[in-house]
Design a protein around this ligand. Structure first.
Ligand code: PAF
Length: 283
């Protein structure tokens, strides 16, 4: 496998993409914050199926972290990430520093409505402004034909789709299935924070969500089923549950039985916040 080209400036990124375009090659992008795991690599594989060249951005985006959150301790393993990208066949890693993305005087923020409302935003009010702003910048910098995002961050995927639709960004957004470990735990860079006992409890999030989604699709009362899920998570050992909510798949408005649904949750294990979601099977 070839080493990926590594660039940390927008100018170098644009020059490379321009060369590929002149050669008639299509470009796919996988935006990441690094600390890559099998979930990210599955996105790279999908990108490579869709385009001739795959750009992976690695940037721990400060604007999507609240001052109380884990920006400083967020795992950073650039050398290991680049090895994984080489093995996966990615062509370019874009690794800008903070001053490249947010130079002195930077003063713009993109705020997406629609699917941003509620869920994560109730607990992380500036999160999607930070995500939308950096994703828009990455798309304008790399000008990819398509970009792949994991369904693990389901609300983020809906927000990015809305962003592209509203701003006419010519990037096809591809949603990719969540990659899970053998026990059903969704892969996440933040799983690295969990100790052995917490990892065992963490797996129960998906079990409880799947059980609740099955009950909902079998006709269970929505409020009753989601309350029961919150109680089950607390009994399983989660310290606090931010939400368990059934939503309509694309808009993320409250779920109605005749629509495709998604059950989303965020819950705390010690000081680590986990999110997950499952489809509500239609009957
Ligand atoms: O999902 C992530 O890793 C980040 O939110 C993203 C999309 C790379 C933006 O910083």
């Amino acid at each position: 496998m070839n080493e990926p080209i590594v660039v940390d400036s927008v100018t170098a990124l644009r020059a490379q993409v321009r060369d590929w375009r002149r050669a008639g090659l299509g470009v796919a992008m996988v935006p990441t914050m690094g600390a890559l795991h099998d979930g990210h690599i599955s996105l790279v594989r999908i990108a490579l199926e869709r385009a001739d060249r795959c750009v992976v951005s690695i940037f721990v985006n400060p604007t999507q972290f609240a001052p109380t959150e884990d920006l400083d301790k967020y795992p950073r393993h650039l050398a290991r990430d680049l090895d994984q990208l080489r093995d996966a066949g990615a062509h370019l890693a874009f690794t800008p520093g903070v001053s490249e993305m947010y130079p002195d005087g930077f003063a713009t923020k993109i705020s997406v409505g629609g699917p941003s409302f509620g869920l994560e935003t109730d607990f992380r009010p500036s999160f999607f402004d930070g995500v939308a702003t950096v994703v828009a910048k990455l798309f304008l910098q790399a000008a990819p034909d398509c970009a792949v995002f994991g369904e693990k961050d389901y609300q983020q995927l809906c927000v990015v789709r809305q962003l592209c639709r509203d701003l006419d960004l010519p990037v096809e957004i591809v949603g990719a299935p969540t990659v899970r470990d053998a026990h059903g735990l969704a892969m996440s860079s933040r799983n690295a924070y969990l100790g052995a006992a917490e990892l065992e409890t963490a797996c129960k999030l998906n079990v409880i969500l799947r059980r609740t989604a099955a009950a909902l699709s079998a006709g269970a009362d929505q409020a009753g089923a989601t309350d029961a899920a919150v109680k089950a998570l607390v009994s399983a050992g989660f310290r606090k549950v931010d939400y368990v909510a059934a939503r309509t798949s694309v808009t993320l408005k409250p779920w109605q039985r005749d629509r495709d649904g998604r059950l989303l949750a965020a819950a705390w294990l010690g000081t680590t916040r986990l999110i997950d979601n499952v489809e509500i099977p239609s009957t």
